[in-house]
Design a protein around this ligand. Structure first.
Ligand SMILES: Nc1ncnc2c1ncn2[C@@H]1O[C@H](COP(=O)(O)OP(=O)(O)O)[C@@H](O)[C@H]1O
Ligand code: SF4
Ligand SMILES: [Mg+2]
Length: 373
């Protein structure tokens, strides 16, 4: 019996296979393994972060930078991780990539399952290979991630050579393609330039080229446009959106700007003081925010309809100290809706079934029967 062609098996499941192929042949066994893998992939998430906790052990005490953070990401999905400076966004990203400086930092608990693999169980070398090949990164300041002493062509092709095993010539050709794709004019001529010969926006484009050189399954972009002026910021975001859509790359966009996340992401998770405090589809977060911190973030966004000269509302007060935090609501000191219970027990992330898919928030006042409408 000849093995079915790819087209014949596309709609079948692994369970149906034995009737269709002779599984005792090596070819049949390969097909079963491949289809089982594909079926598993369809039923699982690209990324599952479960109760991730990363602390910094400092002379002043243990800083709970990331505290029992959980979230999922589907294949090809875009998620915004949003919150004020210091709330734990970057440390979450660094923990997923196993790049937290140890000491003083340490992932003390949790799981990070990426494409079925527990990243926290991998060796350093396995993780290094996976980082460039399957997870790409873009950081706020490209000068900290680009090597100032190496030509940009070399930095792009290096990634393709290491991870995809391309020849020197093929990798150089790929570098030209990628530079062109990210909108660098005359890419072939620019291959020999050093990072300082590019403007800030162009350097960020080079970073995007490097991050996407191996067509990773996941791109983590940490404040990718914060250092750029508004016009360039819009161009870079558009570029990121179109390229990740084209490559079907899943994205975690880290930003303090809820508006920026809304423009690019399907879902948003709001972080506050090391915790995720609300998560949901972009429309739910914007139209039906629950947690008072999310509402405050929305109110503090720059708006076009605010009269010129009108004052922007900011969130009063400061986030709490993350050294050994009390088991109470971490937003209580700044919350206009605070009640006694908020200072006695910490609320859990609770699903909001009446709202959209996956909408959940952490707030006593918005629990069913709570006092916040
Ligand atoms: N090396 C470090 N030592 C001690 N504390 C740190 C270190 N790096 C980060 N932190 C603390 O972890 C918390 C989260 O930081 P970070 O993830 O960088 O915030 P964000 O990216 O949201 O601005 C902050 O309170 C910060 O002070
Ligand atoms: S739990 Fe209480 S203090 Fe915390 S956000 Fe909700 S209402 Fe405010
Ligand atoms: Mg950060």
């Amino acid at each position: 019996m000849t093995p079915p062609t790819r087209r014949e098996t596309e709609t079948g499941t692994a369970a149906q296979l034995p009737e269709m192929v002779e599984v005792s042949t090596p070819e049949g066994q390969r097909l079963v393994a491949q289809l089982t893998d594909e079926a598993e992939r369809h039923s699982r998430k690209l990324l599952q972060v479960r109760d991730l906790s990363t602390y910094f052990f400092t002379p002043g005490g243990v800083v709970h930078a990331v505290d029992e953070v959980s979230f999922d990401l589907d294949y090809g999905e875009t998620l915004g991780l949003v919150g004020e400076s210091g709330c734990g966004k970057s440390v979450t990203a660094l923990s997923i990539a196993r790049l937290v400086a140890q000491p003083p930092g340490r992932i003390v608990d949790g799981e990070v399952i990426f494409d079925g693999i527990d990243l926290l169980e991998l060796s350093g070398e396995e993780m290094r290979l996976l980082r460039g090949r399957k997870i790409g990164f873009i950081f706020q300041d490209p000068m900290t991630s680009l090597n100032p002493t190496l030509r940009v062509g070399h930095q792009i092709s290096e990634s393709a050579r290491t991870h995809l095993g391309l020849s020197r010539q093929a990798a150089a050709a790929r570098a030209v393609d990628l530079l062109g794709m990210v909108g660098i004019p005359r890419p072939r001529e620019r291959l020999g330039d050093y990072p300082h010969q590019f403007s800030g926006g162009m350097r960020q484009r080079v970073m995007i080229a490097i991050a996407l050189a191996c067509q990773p399954m996941l791109l983590i972009a940490d404040e990718p446009t914060t250092a750029l002026d508004v016009t360039v910021q819009a161009q870079i975001m558009e570029l990121l959106r179109s390229l990740t859509q084209e490559f079907r790359t899943a994205v975690i966009l880290i930003t303090h700007d809820l508006g920026l996340a809304a423009g690019m992401c399907q879902r948003v998770s709001v972080m506050y003081a090391g915790r995720i405090v609300e998560t949901g589809l972009v429309d739910d977060i914007f139209e039906r925010p629950r947690m008072p911190y999310t509402r405050a973030l929305l109110d503090s966004r720059p708006r076009l309809d605010v009269e010129p000269g009108g004052r922007l509302r900011t969130i009063e007060g400061f986030p709490p100290d993350l050294v050994d935090p009390e088991p109470v609501c971490r937003f209580a000191a700044r919350c206009p809706h605070r009640r006694d219970v908020c200072d006695q027990r910490e609320p859990l992330m609770t699903p909001r079934p009446s709202h959209g898919q996956g909408h959940a928030a952490r707030c006593w006042g918005t629990e069913p029967g709570g006092w916040i409408p």
